[in-house]
Each structure stands twice: as structure tokens, then as C-alpha cells.
Design a protein around this ligand. Structure first.
Ligand code: CA
Length: 229
């Protein structure tokens, strides 16, 4: 599986519903992580760093609303979009009223086509490059479809790893990424790579970004990692 393949966390206690969602999301090219209840969802958020969460309202023990509230109050997870599934439109009204911070709401029984469209819409916001959009940061432009990068309108030569690193940075300028987070995102979590490898590729990326001159836009954050800008 591609290291930068977007991950959707599906939180649903009904096995049949979970299977339908998984099947359709995988067909759309997503990696799918599955949780049967709220407690499991909160663990998987840390383990899988999902890009989007599809969360059922009716769950045993910890309700979907409570899971949503917890995710949206944690600084490290609050930007992950949540699509809430609920059985009745009155529940959707209540979700809105409660201001749990869910980003979208879909009423059950939902049309799979509509739900996939909502997931793609949230992905464009959360992972613009994975959705095939063009990213810009100051004079750097990255086209995720053609894999071309320019700086000040001059083409930059980048290796595939440096391209994925730059994509990660350009999707969230200013965000500080730890070496471990970069390893998960760029190399994939199933591969063992020494964290020093990250430093090597950051060095190459810096050189590549400055190949026609200009400042080094990457910032080393002591004890934390790296950030763009
Ligand atoms: Ca349920």
C-alpha cells in the first residue's frame, strides 16, 4: 500500500454496516481502519492517525457524540474531519445543536454514493494533495497529479521521497512534524526505517528547494521535528 494513501477510520458497532463502508471506501482508494466502539476508536486515532473519521452516532458505552467531542477538544486531533452518521434527522438537528464540532452529517439509511462524495469533499480539505489538487506555499508550487514542483516558476528536481516529504509539509504549512510522524506518513508504518534517515532526506529536500537560489523554507524545531515556514 502507498505510504501516503489516505486513511479513513470507520467507527460503527454493526458488523454489516462496517463491511459495506469498508468495501466502498477501499474501492475509492482509501486505507480503512475499523473500530467497533468508542473506546477502540479513541485508541485507533493515536495508532492510525486517520485523515478522516466516519463516526456512527449510536454506539455502545461511549456514544458517537462523546467520541466526537473528545476528538475535537484534543489539539492534536481536532483538525481531523468527522462525518457523523445518524439514524434520524432529529438526531442530526441535535448534533448541530450540541455543537460537537462534527464537520458533516449523514442520515441513515444513506446513499453510498452520497456518503463517498462527502468523504471526498472532506479529504480535499484535509489532504489536498491526496485529492489531486495543486499546493502553493510562497513561491513553491506542487502539482500532485503531474508530480511537478516549481519554485519561482523554475522546475525543481526532486527524488520520490523528497517529493512525498514536501507534499506532507505543503499540505499543512506551519505544522511541526516529528521524525516518527514523517516516517509514518512518507515511508509508511509497516516499514522499519531509522529516524536518522528522515534527517538525510530533509537535507536533500533543503538542497533541492534551493537549487535555483532562494531561502531555506524548512525550519528545524529543536526537540520536536521539522516544519515548513
Ligand atoms: Ca450503530
Amino acid at each position: 500500500m502507498a505510504a501516503d494513501q489516505p486513511t479513513v477510520l470507520v467507527v460503527e458497532d454493526e458488523a454489516a454496516q462496517r463491511e459495506v463502508l469498508t468495501y466502498n471506501l477501499e474501492a475509492e482508494g482509501f486505507r480503512v481502519a475499523r473500530a467497533e466502539n468508542g473506546e477502540e476508536a479513541l485508541v485507533l486515532i493515536d495508532e492510525e492517525s486517520p485523515d478522516i473519521i466516519v463516526l456512527d452516532w449510536m454506539l455502545p458505552n461511549v456514544s458517537g457524540i462523546e467520541v466526537c467531542r473528545q476528538i475535537k477538544t484534543r489539539p492534536d486531533t481536532r483538525s481531523v474531519p468527522i462525518i457523523m452518521l445518524s439514524a434520524r434527522s432529529e438526531e442530526v438537528d441535535r448534533v448541530r445543536g450540541l455543537e460537537t464540532g462534527a464537520d458533516d452529517y449523514v442520515v441513515k439509511p444513506y446513499s453510498v454514493i452520497e456518503l463517498m462524495a462527502r468523504v471526498r469533499a472532506q479529504l480535499r480539505r484535509a489532504r489536498p494533495a491526496a485529492a489531486g489538487l495543486r499546493l502553493e506555499y510562497e513561491d513553491i508550487v506542487l502539482d500532485s497529479e503531474t508530480h511537478r514542483v516549481t519554485r519561482d516558476n523554475k522546475a525543481l528536481k526532486l527524488g520520490p521521497t523528497e517529493f512525498r516529504l514536501l507534499t506532507t509539509f505543503m499540505e499543512k504549512p506551519g505544522r511541526v512534524w516529528s521524525r516518527e510522524q514523517l516516517l509514518d506518513r512518507v515511508w509508511g508504518r509497516d516499514i522499519y526505517v531509522d529516524t536518522r534517515t528522515v534527517d538525510v532526506h530533509i537535507g536533500r529536500l533543503r538542497k533541492a528547494l534551493c537549487q535555483h537560489g532562494g531561502n531555506d523554507p524548512l525550519r528545524t524545531v529543536r526537540g520536536a521535528g521539522y516544519a515548513l515556514g
